[in-house]
Design a protein around this ligand. Structure first.
Ligand code: ZN
Length: 283
């Protein structure tokens, strides 16, 4: 492990990005609520009107996301730069060749660029299902619109709009961390070409009282760049994943790794011990 502080600083920087992106897209979703309410409450129901409003919200979320991409690139580039300085210090590389991080061609940035399409499809269906259910029970359009877009919990039910809101938080958070880790993977692969040697990656979690069991278990794990991390403990999306996020709200990142890096900073052995101490503390 080169320097744990670099990784922890990076995690904090990504958290700040996440917070800004999240409040941006939630603000867009919030501001599209009056139009959604209006589209649903017309005297005649029109799926076209509803679809138009949702598509407009999608475009606004996409354009909000695009504003944040240069910041994501900056944060990733600076983390990669600091890790290269460590490589230089250890005499593993002398190259100053630039790493190209072109978001437009990077698959990992696509969800942010295009306004979280998977979330939008889900939200579209969530709201439509509730509208149709209420239509079937003979409610007026005005009542349906108010119920579906309600801010407060009514009759013990969270409105479709609010459920979409919660799903948006999960989707936006996942999009940021996936973009960041995808960009790191891309950068490390380029570094292998530039330095003409193999590198590995190491999972680094921010270990505290809220770290999931999954990420405590994987903390410090080393893999080849194209190899899957092996996950145990919950929550987790799968047993084998190429990169974080490993679960909803995951804040684990991938540091660059070479065996020579054990000579400086925290050793892998120390990382595993830190995770074990936290696991033991919870027993
Ligand atoms: Zn995690």
């Amino acid at each position: 492990m080169p320097d744990l502080r670099q990784s922890l600083f990076f995690i904090r920087a990504v958290r700040a990005l996440e917070g800004r992106y999240l409040s941006g897209v939630l603000g867009v979703w919030e501001s599209s609520r009056p139009a959604l309410l209006a589209s649903l409450s017309g005297s005649t129901w029109s799926i076209q009107r509803y679809t138009d409003v949702m598509e407009q919200a999608g475009r606004a979320i996409a354009s909000r996301g695009q504003q944040h991409i240069p910041q994501i690139v900056d944060v990733v580039s600076s983390y990669v730069h600091h890790q290269r300085e460590t490589l230089n210090y250890l005499g593993l590389t002398a190259s100053q060749a630039a790493i190209e991080l072109e978001p437009a061609t990077l698959h990992a940035f696509a969800p942010i660029y295009s306004g979280l399409p998977a979330w939008r499809a889900g939200a579209y269906g969530t709201i439509l299902t509730d509208v149709q259910r209420l239509q079937a029970s003979g409610q007026t359009n005005a009542t349906i619109a108010a119920t579906v877009t309600a801010q407060e919990i009514t009759n013990g039910r969270v409105s479709a709009w609010r459920r979409a809101n919660v799903a948006l938080q999960v989707a936006a958070t996942g999009a940021i961390w996936n973009a960041v880790n995808g960009a790191l993977h891309h950068s490390y692969k380029q570094l292998e070409k530039i330095d003409q040697r193999g590198y590995q990656k190491q999972a680094i979690a921010a270990v505290d009282g809220r770290t999931t069991r999954c990420c405590l278990n994987v903390h410090g794990q080393i893999r080849e760049l194209d190899e899957m991390f092996h996950l145990t403990g919950t929550p987790r999306y799968g047993d084998y994943l190429l990169q974080p996020a490993f679960h909803d709200q995951c804040r684990t990142v991938m540091a660059l790794y070479a065996p020579e890096m054990e000579m400086i900073g925290a050793t892998t052995e120390e990382l595993r011990r830190t995770a074990k101490t936290e696991r033991d503390r919870r027993k």
